[in-house]
Design a protein around this ligand. Structure first.
Ligand SMILES: NC(=O)c1ccc[n+]([C@@H]2O[C@H](COP(=O)([O-])OP(=O)(O)OC[C@H]3O[C@@H](n4cnc5c(N)ncnc54)[C@H](O)[C@@H]3O)[C@@H](O)[C@H]2O)c1
Length: 360
């Protein structure tokens, strides 16, 4: 058996659970330290995952100094701390898996990528949808040329009443609303299955019309552990974002993401339109093409819906393999995180100015 990768987690909230489970279940990894500015939260996780109390910290710098054997770090903090925690870990010579979105903006993301290059360490971004069974099927069909040229795509991640509250609605900690939180997943998934084309421009609009809907009595679709109840939470992020993103291969992606929207029910779907065939992932994959002069709709015998079982495990396993040097090609490298942040910056800027924004 190979030597175990010694990992630490910074930020011990909701998403840290899947990182910690992933490391715990990976025979080549070992959790050696934890950190959260909410010390109690880190202590609770330490008890659950068997990390000794002397290796639990409320400050990342103290942890990085006190536990030199750490080789890799998962950054699972609020978005506003991704850059500072990632750069500190890279400077200390650790590999980093940073949750999505990579940062608050492209400038921070570029600084993180530069820090990884300078340190000669891996910086993987938590684009978990890249490890989905549905992404594998789509890529398999696309790479084999079944869709021809894909020139248009649609991606929707819409919640009806799903502002999680807590830091998610507080722009100073999140960087934005559903676009940076949810849109990031589906924009990246479309880019990934299309072979990562580079964006050239974006035209977008954002709306703050419904807010976090404290008047709705049915409860929210997704609640943050920090939420004090929607009415008291800060809410200065958009509740709907829509955009057209143009890529260097001529393809255009239309994206919509919401926390709050008067829609029948939540939607999470991807559509691809190519010269030979189209596809809709909703959540099962269906392919639309023609055969022998007839329009045919192709379904799959097995369920192609995204299965959450094992999804994060595959992401963590990949990080462990890459950080340990056994896997050379990272599936979600920093450069794709930077591209995504450039797209998000351009959409927010376009929404502010009312004009299309060029992306360099
Ligand atoms: N990949 C996914 O599908 C997915 C799902 C949920 C969340 N996320 C991402 O994970 C991150 C965390 O989200 P969450 O839902 O776990 O939030 P959370 O509020 O449950 O947890 C975040 C934790 O980070 C801690 N923290 C904040 N700043 C810190 C710092 N400087 N140092 C140490 N700890 C710090 C907070 O105290 C909190 O405990 C976000 O970036 C979010 O976008 C990804």
């Amino acid at each position: 058996m190979s030597k175990k990768l010694k990992v630490a987690v910074i930020g011990c909230g909701g998403i840290s659970n899947v990182h910690l489970d992933g490391y715990k279940n990976n025979p080549n990894a070992e959790i050696v330290a934890l950190c959260d500015i909410n010390f109690q939260r880190a202590i609770e996780k330490a008890e659950k995952y068997g990390v000794p109390a002397e290796r639990v910290f409320d400050d990342k710098d103290k942890m990085l100094k006190a536990v030199p054997e750490i080789e890799a770090v998962s950054v699972c903090t609020w978005n506003c701390a991704h850059a500072e925690c990632t750069i500190a870990a890279l400077k200390a010579g650790k590999h980093v898996l940073c949750e999505k979105p990579m940062a608050m903006n492209a400038k921070q993301a570029e600084a993180m990528k530069a820090a990884a290059e300078k340190a000669g360490k891996l910086l993987q971004i938590g684009f978990v949808r890249r490890y989905g069974n549905d992404a594998d099927v789509l890529r398999d069909f696309i790479d084999a040329g079944n869709f021809g040229e894909i020139y248009y795509a649609k991606a929707q991640y819409l919640r009806r009443n799903g502002n999680p509250g807590g830091w998610f609605g507080d722009k100073s900690r999140s960087g934005g609303g559903p676009l940076i939180d949810l849109g990031v997943h589906v924009i990246d998934l479309v880019r990934y299955v299309m072979g990562n084309p580079l964006p050239v421009s974006a035209y977008g609009a954002t709306f703050r019309k419904l807010g976090n809907r404290p008047d709705i009595k049915d409860g929210v679709e997704y609640a943050s552990p920090d939420s004090q109840g929607s009415a008291k939470d800060i809410c200065d992020v958009e509740d709907l974002a829509t955009a057209l993103i143009r890529f260097d291969n001529g393809a255009v992606l239309s994206v919509e993401a919401s926390f709050s929207l008067n829609i029948k029910s939540g939607v999470g779907s991807i559509e691809l339109f190519g010269t030979k065939a189209g596809a809709k992932l909703d959540p099962k994959i269906n392919i639309f093409t023609n055969m022998n002069g007839y329009m045919v709709d192709v379904g799959f015998n097995k369920d192609t819906s995204l299965s959450f079982g094992g999804l994060f495990q595959r992401e963590i396993d990949h990080f462990v393999e890459c950080a340990s040097g056994r896997e050379k090609k990272c599936r979600a490298p920093a450069e794709d995180g930077v591209v995504l942040m450039k797209i998000l910056d351009a959409i927010y800027k376009s929404a502010e100015t009312g004009h299309e924004v060029r992306i360099k």
